[in-house]
Every structure is written in structure tokens, then in C-alpha cells.
Design a binder for this molecule. Sequence first.
Ligand SMILES: [Zn+2]
Length: 583
Amino acid sequence: MTRDDEILAALAGEKKINSDQAAEILSAAKFTGKPVGEIILERKIASDEDLAKLKAGIFKLPYADLAGREIGESALNTIPAEVAKNYRIVCFERQGREIDVGMIDPDNFKAIEAVDFLAKGAGLNVHYHLISEASMALAMKQYDTTSKEINKALKTREEFVSSASGKKSEEKDKAVKIEEVTKSAPVVKIVSVVIRHAIEGRASDIHIEPVGRESRVRYRIDGVLHTSLILPLDVHDSIVARIKVLANMKLDETRIPQDGRIRLTIDDKDYDFRVSTLPLLGREKVVMRILDVSRQVPNLEELGFQGAALELTKKNVTNANGLLLVTGPTGSGKSTTLFSLISNLNKEGINISTLEDPIEYMIKGVNQSQVKPEIGYTFATGLRHFLRQDPDVIMVGEIRDTETAELAIHAALTGHFVLSTLHTNDAVGAITRLVDMKVEPFLLSSTLRLIIAQRLVRKICPYCRVEAKLPSDFLADLMAALDSLPPEYRRAQLKDAKADKLVFFKGKGCPRCGNSGYAGRLAVTEVFEVNEQIRNMLVEGKTVFTNEEISRTQLFITFKQDGYLKVAQGQTTIEEVISVLSA
Ligand SMILES: [Zn+2]
């Protein structure tokens, strides 16, 4: 009888399942590859704790319940967090040389080997216990310093609330009470821990939202939201109120959305938080966008520009006049690229003005202005004013209407270098989009200099990079794209051009990348220059271009070619490239 059979037989003995169900669970386990225990829990045949007790009986191990138990630091750190998370084992008690270790699956010999190895090195005696999934989750949480600090703050808050509510005037003045709460030490502490951990984790945004009976805190890191904390719902309103106070918002207004900002200095660096609230069924959601004011603008190479794209871009940012466009959907890193270009142009003797929404980087010596459409200060009105301010270089956050398009073209025609972004999927789409906005093709022929289209993909974490195999159909697609490149270009980009010598990588996940296997992002690009041939076609009234037509006029590397090159170079994974190509 296997362990699985024993577990199912024990459940049958308790009349929780019949023999048909037992057989069905076994085949489901085989079919899905899930452990039998997981299926039992999913189908609610036994509770998490009951299953752990039952398994403890079968494995002849003591059962331990870690609910509500605070694990001492010395016990917890007997097994490093990484090992504990990987093997799902935890040390929950340490008395002298004796340690108590909890596990879910005693058949996991690798876990036992790892613990025995650690224990032997430290001269410790191990006592194994069987614990439930819930106990394991609780124990893992204690490794997380964020939850640790928050839990501490929550505890003092409970004491604070219970000592305050012991008095009779509980219902008195709610507004005054919330004012007090926002200043109470635990709430202040929770908010500051949430903010500090976001910065340490390189998050770009913090979301604090009510979900069911909890308040959820999520961080956006490298474009992906990760749940970082779950707090009791009763602190949600105090946390939101505290943030609203910091952001200078109206505390008593909870029915309409509000915007505000917070300036903070953390570890000698200045941060700007753009805060917005949204009313959601009686409670508010808060989103904070983090702007590191002192951060350096990355250069083009750091952004992921390489090969033909890099050369063409460098060649064209020295232009004295004309229009340069960066295109892509929201969140494709367009404005970072614009800033990188601008910081290259930023010298004394050149007047650079920008119109932005929002301001994402602060650059010394550049006149940066934030548009406010609600008071009539739009990209178009701002641009009109700019032209009176004798600028050399103008950056307009986005061209999204005919008026802005006309003004940008006018500025480019009258001797200015204009940089802006457009919302299009690919590089050739930019021309069509401008023509749709009623710009005459002949005006484009005399102003357009360069079009950059881009997408962001996540970079493989350098700390846990391992070789990976590509599925054969992916490999065929990738090889076809690489084969379509000019051979000498392909050789220059990939040191070894032979298909059977290509090596691919992935991140297997480690603590430094939060187990995602990725760290940081890079751009996949498509860049073309509006050269004489394209100018002539525009003058003749051609408004729709294909990638093939552009390729006939210059070395044009498409998204697919650039993305797959970056996979073959080991910078990113094929999954990342495919997901941005199909988006
Ligand atoms: Zn990693």
C-alpha cells in the first residue's frame, strides 16, 4: 500500500469518502500531477488540520499546530528562509541542541537530507513533526520582516484601541477620532513600513485596497503586481486616512476621487509620491506612484537599445530640428526613453522645455512643466506658450489630438527639435496615426526624423540564471526570425550563429528576485529613420507603410527580430517576448 492509498483508506475508514471516490482521487492526482493531499483539500473532504493529523498517524510522526505561535528568532533562523521556502520545512522550536522541525510531506527526502545536513553541521538533534499547510504558511510569514514589523505595530494598535474603548465616550466625535488615529503610533508605523519596503523592493506603485474582509497591500515591481501584505480590514480606513493627511487631501471627503502628493526623504534620497484615492463601495482604494527624484536617467544601452536601433537613434538625436517620435502602449517605457534622449541633449546653450503628465524624472537645467487639463493647461495650450519662450528642444508628453499634432509639426518646421510619444502598436503605425490626425503627408516628409517603437520585457535575474531548453515549435519560430536577419548583422549580435550552438536561459527564482526569476526590464525596439526614399514616398502621398517597405530603404530590425535576438543573447526569455509581441 502506498502512502496515498493509506491516506485514502484512512479517510474511507472515517466514512469521509467511499471506494469509488478514492479511486477517482487517485486518477485525478495522476492526471493533474497534483499531490493527493492537495486534491483532498481542494474538494474539502478533510480540513487542513485533520489531514495533517491523519498523515501524522500514517507517518508515525507527532503532529504540531503552529497557529498563533510566535517562533523565536533563533529557532526560525536555524533553517535559512531560502531553504525553508524551497523544501517547505520550518524549525519552530529550539532548546539547546534539540530542534523541532515541521514539515508537510515526510516523503520529501531532499528536504530531510537538507535539514539533516544543516543539523549535522551545527551539532543539533532534529525532531520531525507533521504540520498543516496553514501552519506552514504562518511560519513562512515570520521570515518576512515586513509582516513582522507590521504585526508588531498591529499588536500595539490593539492595545491602544482596547485601552481607549474601555472608556465610555466611544461614539462621541468620529471626525476627531479619525484625526487621532492617523497620528497614532501604530498607524504611522504601518504606513512608513509599507512605504519603506516598497522602495527597498524597487516598486513603482503601491496599491492599498479593501478586498472582502481584508485590506490588501500590493506592490508593482517590474510591471507586475505582487501581493505583499494582508491587513485586517479595520485598519484600512486609518491607513487611508493617514496617507490622505500626508498627501494634503480632504480627510472627510470619501465619496469622490482625490489626488495629492507626498514628498519624503528616505535614506538621503528624495521621493515624490503621487497619491490618488478612489471610492469603492463605502471604502477607499489608494494608489501611490513612486518617483525617485534623485534617480539617474538610464542611457540608451541600459534601456536595451542595441545594434541598428542604437546607431540610428544616436545619429538622429543630434539633429537641430525635426520631429522624433517614440511609440508604444501605456507602460512601454516611452517617457524613460524620451528622458534618456533629452539628457543627451542637455547642455548649456540649449533651452530644453518639457510638458509632461506626470513628471517622471527631474533633470537639472531642463524646464519641466506638468500639464493640468482640468484648468485648461493641456499639451496644446502649453505648446503654444512654449513657442514664445524661445526653446531649442521641446518635449511634449503625448500627441493625442489634431491640435497638438499640428502645433508639434509647426514647431518642428520652424527650427525646433521636438520629441513626443504616440500611442501606436508598431513603428510604421506612427505615420498612419498622424495622417489620421489630419497631418498632411508632405508636412511629415519635411519634419519627421526618426520613429522608435518599443515594448518592455523583463530581464532574467542574474543571480539565479540557469540554462533552459526551448520547446521545439518556439525554437523553430525563433530560428526563422534570426535567419531573416542579414547574416553579418546576426553574426555581430550573436557571437555564434549556428543553431545547434545557441544556449537559452531562464531565472529559476531566488530571494533576490522575489522568486520571479526576473530583475529589471529592457526595451525591445523597432527603429526607422525617415530617409530620402521614405520622404519621397510621403511627398507622393503614401500614408500606409509595411515593415517590408521600410526594410527596403534601410537596415530595419523588427520587434520580433530584436526580441528573439535578446532571447538568444540570454537577456530575456521567449515567454516574455511572445507575451509582448502578442499583446
Ligand atoms: Zn533570482
